[in-house]
Design a protein around this ligand. Structure first.
Ligand code: SF4
Ligand code: SF4
Ligand code: FES
Length: 240
């Protein structure tokens, strides 16, 4: 039996999609970009924690997170008003208030979703409008046998936790601590922390939208390249 299609209007454009689809997914598939960080396709209960995907829906009070919203026939959506931009900018500034902003030495530089969203929202990655909060964590947490975690780059989107917990024999990444001190923990499972089972998986590193979680092998290669470039630059400068 074929899926029932419904028609919605987004920013004046009529779009047909299967009933019950997530509004964010429908927009993205129809080239209407809505910034998002905490959503992944297939999530049955999206956390809606980043608040970047807010939109307005005719007849509904306030703004709604499009990642949680299921479409229904006749829905009229605005995704690009000034008010929406302002709300998304506020959410973005909160997200980056703990970010170290060291893009030049980040493994995700130039393919980072946070950089793309900053550009879209016309916001800097180091904001002066909100006090920078320097969380009391090391730059790098490297006690996992295969993974490297940089807490000061983590936007706590939870994508890694979600994908890991979908894997039957996953390592069970989890959130640890609370509030401003929340981080990703490698110790949510009974698996032996010294096991190298994650080596053949790396699903969490693939969904990380920033440079916070990477494989140690890839990270080491990247850092070696950064150091080489820095040495070559210093050598050029000293010979000028
Ligand atoms: S590599 Fe796979 S199993 Fe290991 S923590 Fe990441 S998602 Fe979980
Ligand atoms: S490590 Fe990456 S995927 Fe995991 S919560 Fe942080 S930013 Fe999100
Ligand atoms: S993608 Fe909707 S709240 Fe994060």
């Amino acid at each position: 039996m074929s899926e029932k299609l419904v028609t919605i209007t987004v920013d004046g454009r009529k779009i047909s999609a299967p009933a019950g689809s997530r509004l964010l997914k429908v927009c993205l598939e129809n080239d209407i970009y809505i910034p998002n960080l905490c959503y992944l396709e297939g999530m049955s209960d999206p956390p809606a924690s980043c608040r970047l995907c807010l939109v307005e829906i005719e007849g509904e009070p306030g703004m709604v997170a499009s990642c949680r919203c299921e479409i229904r026939d006749g829905m009229v959506v605005t995704s690009n008003s000034d008010d929406i931009l302002k709300m998304r900018q506020v959410a973005f500034r909160l997200l980056v208030s703990t970010n170290d902003g060291h893009c030049n030495t980040c493994i995700a530089n130039k393919h980072c979703e946070l950089q793309q969203i900053a550009k879209f929202l016309r916001q800097p990655l180091r904001t002066k409008r909100l006090r920078h909060i320097d969380r009391d964590y090391p730059e790098i947490i490297d006690d996992h046998p295969v993974l490297m975690y940089e807490p000061k780059k983590c936007v706590l989107c939870g994508r890694c936790v979600y994908v890991c917990n979908q894997i039957p024999k996953g390592y069970k990444l989890d959130f640890a601590r609370r509030g401003i001190n929340t981080i990703i923990s490698f110790y949510g499972s009974d698996l032996d922390p010294s096991s190298r089972d994650c080596e053949g998986c790396l699903a969490c590193t693939e969904v990380c939208p920033v440079g916070a979680l990477s494989s140690k092998k890839k990270w080491s290669r990247f850092i070696a390249e950064v150091k080489l470039k820095q040495e070559q630059k210093a050598a050029r400068q000293s010979s000028d």
